[in-house]
Write a protein that binds this ligand. Structure first.
Ligand code: PMV
Length: 328
């Protein structure tokens, strides 16, 4: 049956970077994120016995099945087909409401929506845990876009246990993510390559030691709604993600001049009394985290920076859900 799912992207406060099992995308470390209510992907899937091949349409354009983006979608359809014990080919159409590949995790919302829609369309009734495990194999961060609000992805030595679950619902804390878009271009090195490269950084063992206490600082700060505690931990974490990327061999530079200027501005605003903290993804854009009461000021100030091409404001988002408006 034709099925549509809608899912939010998320911003990681503790980043998933590196796998213990590359094939199944079992992360090296636990991660924790906030779903983004205004950065969503809508995906429609229909299995159709008349199709000879899968057909993948992203943002209105049909992809060649050999193209890397289509191959990744088809590999995820294959996982769903294996679970449902079917061989039927599918038609998939997907649309983001935000720029793709700009450091807003389009693979998170994309693979969460694809997994949910494809599983339902194939007749599978999966639990949230099972859906998150399946989504994770398409894109690690996608696991965290299945449950609502603030979400942790707990790794395990077993792929089927490495799942995401909600730490707190979206209404728990009225946080905002003010995304300063410095560049909306596709990133040069995708995260799949980044996860592999992480293993070549001499600082990775240090990071893996430092992560468990930092993860708990973030988790506690969210539960206590303590922004300064959250802020100091997420800034450390963001800088560390980029340090691992830059010290990978060969190095990966997501770091960019405009990004540094936004960070410096945010530090200055904070010194002047505004409670705003930054985090980064594997891209040049800066995510400015503040409470709802300060969002207008943070957005206004961010728009005055000449490197900033656009600003997107997100509140905590809900779980992946079924939609009623099909894309075909
Ligand atoms: O899900 P992937 O493979 O795109 O990896 C996500 C990597 C980061 O966005 C940098 C961190 C994270 O946990 O979302």
């Amino acid at each position: 049956m034709k099925t549509t799912a809608v899912s939010c992207s998320n911003i990681a406060f503790i980043k998933y970077w590196g796998n213990r099992d590359n094939l199944r995308r079992v992360p090296l470390n636990d991660s924790l994120s906030m779903n983004l209510d205004h950065a969503t992907t809508t995906t429609t899937v229909a299995f159709d016995a008349k199709l000879e091949n899968d057909r993948v349409i992203i943002g209105g354009a049909e992809l060649e099945n050999a193209a890397p983006a289509a191959a990744r979608v088809i590999a995820q359809l294959d996982r769903v087909r294996a679970l449902a014990k079917i061989e039927t080919k599918a038609r998939v159409a997907s649309k983001n409401n935000f720029p793709t590949g700009a450091g807003i995790a389009s693979s998170a919302s994309g693979f969460a929506a694809l997994t949910f829609a494809a599983a339902r369309a194939a007749g599978l009734e999966l639990s949230e845990l099972e859906l998150s495990v399946l989504a994770r194999q398409g894109s690690g961060s996608a696991a965290r876009s299945i449950p609502p609000g603030f979400v942790e992805l707990l790794t395990s030595w077993e792929s089927n246990r490495s799942h995401a679950r909600s730490v707190a619902p979206p209404e728990h804390w009225d946080l905002r993510d003010v995304i300063a878009i410095v560049s909306a271009a596709e990133k040069m090195v995708g995260s799949t390559e980044g996860h592999h490269a992480a293993q070549t950084s001499p600082f990775l063992p240090e990071r893996l030691n430092a992560l468990p206490p930092r993860f708990h600082r973030v988790r506690r700060a969210i539960l206590a709604k303590d922004l300064p505690a959250l802020g100091s931990a997420i800034e450390e974490e963001a800088i560390e993600l980029h340090s691992i990327a830059m010290t990978s061999r060969p190095p990966i530079f997501y770091w960019a001049p405009g990004m540094v200027r936004v960070i410096q501005a945010a530090l200055k605003w904070r010194a002047e009394g505004l409670a705003v903290y930054f985090t980064l993804d594997a891209g040049p854009n800066v995510h400015l985290i503040c409470e709802a009461k300060d969002v207008e000021q943070v957005e206004k100030l961010t728009r005055t920076i000449s490197d900033v091409k656009d600003v997107l404001v997100n509140a905590p988002g809900g779980a992946a859900k079924l939609g009623t408006t099909h894309l075909f």
